[in-house]
Structures are given as structure tokens and as C-alpha cells.
Design a protein. Structure first.
Length: 179
């Protein structure tokens, strides 16, 4: 099953004239799973959470954007598990120090900030993934992993994002699919 996902990434790249990167991620919104590939080989699967409001490219929609993206920024290397980021800045606090951690979607542990690569679809104008601050990141209430729960980002277990972070290079491709 995972091999066909890699083929979808290759097809999407060929459609818009991009070369595939040595590491890449395929996000399945339908299955709430993310698949990691390295050197065209399937490496691992992560259970994730996408947006509670579904799929949308549009600014202020709180939807998860589709299409080809790249990891534009990697933030949080070496910080402790569960550390909260506000505005991409390390607060120095673990999420359990906040009384509302079970209901509020804090960004935790690591951030992979995404940039859309398809002009007019997820890049530019009112559909720009980067200006929408869409990330792959750890979340506070890990009981929500596997169901749509975020405000547009791709949420992961803190241990999973910490594991993935050193394996995936900046500028690696991320393909987000509704399938």
C-alpha cells in the first residue's frame, strides 16, 4: 500500500516539473496517516491529526491544505519533549504546565513549517500555506491523534515528531492528499 503513495508523490512532482527529494512525506487526510520515504523506500508510518474543519487552502479557513509542499523551516532541535511554542518561539514550558492543555491545541516539541509549491493553489494570494503558518508538529492531547483535531496543521505524537525530525531534511517534499 505504501509504495503507491510514493508513486503519487512522483506523479505530482512530474505534473508541475519538480524533482523529488531524497526524503519525502505523504499525508493521507482520509486515513489520518503520514508515510515517510527515504531514497524511494518506505521507512515508517505515523498516525496523525489533520484539521477538524476538513480540507481548505484558503486563509483563515482552519483547513488542512492539499498538494505539494516543502519543509521550509525546521524549529526545535534538541529542546525537551512537550515544550510549547508560541509564535514559533520556545516558551521554556512543558504543555502540562498549562491548565488548558487537554483542550487547547498547543504546538509542541518540534515544528516542520510547510511552504506550498503550487502557485495559486497553496502558494501566493489567499491560499499561501507558509503565510497561514501550517506546520507538522507535536500536539498536547495525544488522545486526539488519529482523528481530525487541529486548526489546519498536521499534528503528531510528541515522540513521533522528535523521532522524525532528524531524519527529514529541510526542503524535503510533503504531499498532502485527501485520499
Amino acid at each position: 500500500m505504501s509504495v503507491c503513495y510514493y508513486d503519487e508523490i512522483v506523479f505530482a512532482c512530474n505534473t508541475i516539473g519538480l524533482r523529488i527529494t531524497s526524503q519525502c512525506l505523504y499525508v493521507s487526510v482520509k486515513d489520518q496517516r503520514m508515510y515517510f520515504y527515504s531514497e524511494a523506500r518506505f521507512e515508517s508510518t505515523y498516525v496523525i491529526s489533520t484539521a477538524v474543519k476538513g480540507i481548505s487552502q484558503i486563509q483563515d479557513s482552519d483547513g488542512t491544505p492539499l498538494g505539494l509542499h516543502e519543509i521550509a523551516d525546521k524549529i526545535g532541535e534538541g529542546i525537551p519533549w512537550g515544550t510549547v511554542f508560541i509564535g514559533r518561539k520556545n516558551t521554556g514550558k512543558i504543555f502540562t504546565e498549562y491548565g488548558d492543555w487537554e483542550t487547547k491545541g498547543y504546538v509542541t516539541s518540534r515544528i516542520l513549517r510547510l511552504k506550498g509549491l503550487q502557485e495559486g493553489y497553496n502558494l501566493g494570494g489567499n491560499c499561501d500555506t507558509y503565510s497561514r503558518y501550517i506546520y507538522i508538529h507535536g500536539i498536547t492531547n495525544e488522545k486526539k491523534i488519529g482523528i481530525p483535531w487541529t486548526c489546519g496543521c498536521i499534528g503528531m505524537r510528541n515522540s513521533d515528531i522528535i523521532e522524525l525530525f532528524p531524519k527529514i531534511a529541510a526542503h524535503s517534499l510533503v504531499f498532502i492528499s485527501e485520499k
